[in-house]
Write a protein that binds this ligand. Structure first.
Ligand code: JFZ
Length: 456
């Protein structure tokens, strides 16, 4: 209804889905890797054996009676010890490749303000550590060489910059100071794009403060300038808001940015919630905590089964699933992460066809698992195997693709499939039964590939 329309001047730069090659590539990734790495990795979620009740990368703001004395000052000096002697960008990239990741997001700067690249706009960077070498550069080179696209996580919140603030500036002095902060932020973003032309996009964070929200006119212009400087740049919805303070979506519900970035440690229950937008789900292995956590024994950590479930849930709803890793202060992944990367990779080698380039299928949700789809193929990843070994497909008569043959994706075994007239809603749907051999056993979720052809 046109009269419900709210006037928005600083809304999305483009409405509707992008159709260019870079965005198409993003859409087809399926699986990604997130890496949270910074000086918080040295602490590993604890200090002197006392475990922090906060997410490990937030340990600097740990307060309360369990926090050790002078923790904040100790934290601010950790960079003097940052010397990850086991860091090998090529090893991380080859692990990500074997896991099946098609893109990687690295924290160039988290809330603490510590930069993994030698920024010329602050002294709080990798260049000031005993390690010295540019980590962002090494990662971009190593991952790009493996065919994995690199995105840069960037926190607007910067606890190290004296001009950073949360509340809206009021006095002239405060305004001047915040303007300095905005210029600093802009300089760093252009510096990253200049230094690393192979980067594909920014994954923004820490954009919820009132000061940033009020700067909507300035952030609108910044987005324009960033995109002009780096054609194809991909930016999610967690970057800026409209002039009414609406984040992720503007006041009329239009997506801000190229994809919805609000699915953090959660998944949409229904495809309809997504309004057809592109999106990613970013997920931790522990319940929460993105940086390195030494001790995993104090909580449930997700299994590869959990992760495959979340991956297929995401892809079946047209999104990408991004698994987070928090390497330690020496540059090694947690052994639990190594194990999951291997298990997920082994599964992806057999079943990746149901993930890469696959998307949502317009079918009723299956009780057995998740559907994904490509041209001339439908995939059903089975988590709930029926006790009678009959997998029933329900295909609406309106569907443009019809099933022809079924097989197990992992080993190409063909499966019996027959049309069944079950006597209900024949005017609306057709049903097919696929028989799983009783002798077929699988401890992992498995994929049934259904070849389809166009026509009725
Ligand atoms: C942020 C960070 O604070 C956190 O440390 C981590 O980097 C994560 C990826 O991003 O945490 C958030 C941000 C947004 C929401 C939840 C946690 N959110 O919108 O629900």
């Amino acid at each position: 209804k046109p009269n419900d329309h709210i006037d928005v001047k600083f809304g999305p730069l483009n409405k509707g889905k992008r159709t260019d090659a870079d965005m198409q590539r993003f859409r087809e990734y399926g699986l990604g890797q997130f890496i949270h790495w910074g000086v918080y990795a040295i602490a590993g979620g604890e200090w002197n054996g006392v475990k922090a009740p906060t997410a490990s990368e937030w340990i600097r703001v740990w307060s309360g009676n369990t926090a050790p004395p002078n923790w904040q000052q100790t934290y601010d000096n950790l960079y003097k010890q940052f010397n990850p002697k086991n860091f090998d960008a090529k090893r991380w990239a080859s692990q990500a490749k074997q896991m099946g990741a098609r893109y990687m997001i690295i924290t160039t700067k988290h809330h603490d303000g510590f930069c993994l690249w030698p920024s010329k706009y602050t002294g709080y960077t990798i260049a000031q550590t005993p390690y010295k070498k540019d980590i962002v550069k090494q990662l971009i080179d190593a991952y790009t060489a493996e065919g994995i696209d690199v995105y840069l996580y960037f926190s607007i919140i910067d606890w190290n910059n004296k001009d950073y603030r949360t509340s809206a500036p009021k006095t002239e002095e405060e305004k001047e100071s915040y303007n300095r902060f905005l210029t600093f932020t802009r300089n760093q973003l252009f510096e990253l794009m200049d230094n690393y032309p192979k980067m594909k996009g920014f994954w923004f964070d820490g954009t919820w403060d009132k000061a940033w929200i009020n700067a909507y006119e300035w952030t609108y212009q910044l987005e324009k300038d960033l995109r002009n400087a780096h054609p194809g740049l991909i930016i999610g919805s967690r970057f800026r808001n409209d002039e009414h303070g609406k984040r992720h979506f503007d006041s009329n519900g239009d997506l801000l940015g190229d994809y919805e970035q609000g699915w953090e440690r959660k998944l949409p229950a229904q495809y309809e919630w997504l309004n057809g937008n592109d999106w990613d789900c970013v997920m931790t292995i522990p319940p929460n905590g993105w940086g390195y956590i030494k001790d995993w024994s104090r909580f449930y950590t997700k299994t590869s089964y959990d992760l495959i479930d979340m991956l297929m849930h995401s892809v079946s709803m047209g999104g990408n699933f991004v698994l987070n890793f928090g390497p330690d202060g020496n540059g090694k992944m947690h052994t639990g992460e190594d194990k999951l990367a291997k298990e997920l990779g082994d599964w992806m080698k057999l079943n990746g066809e149901a993930v890469y380039g696959a998307t949502h299928a317009a079918l009723a949700p299956s009780p057995y698992g998740y559907y994904t789809q490509k041209v001339n193929a439908l995939y059903l990843t089975v988590f709930n195997r029926p006790v009678n070994n009959q997998i029933r497909l329900k295909i609406p008569r309106s569907a443009t693709q019809v099933p022809e043959a079924a097989s197990l994706l992992a080993n190409k075994t063909s499966l019996k499939m027959k049309f069944v007239d079950i006597g209900i809603d024949l005017d609306k749907n057709v049903y097919f039964d696929i028989t799983l051999p009783a002798s077929f056993m699988s401890k992992d979720p498995f994929v049934i590939k259904i070849d389809t052809k166009t026509g009725k």
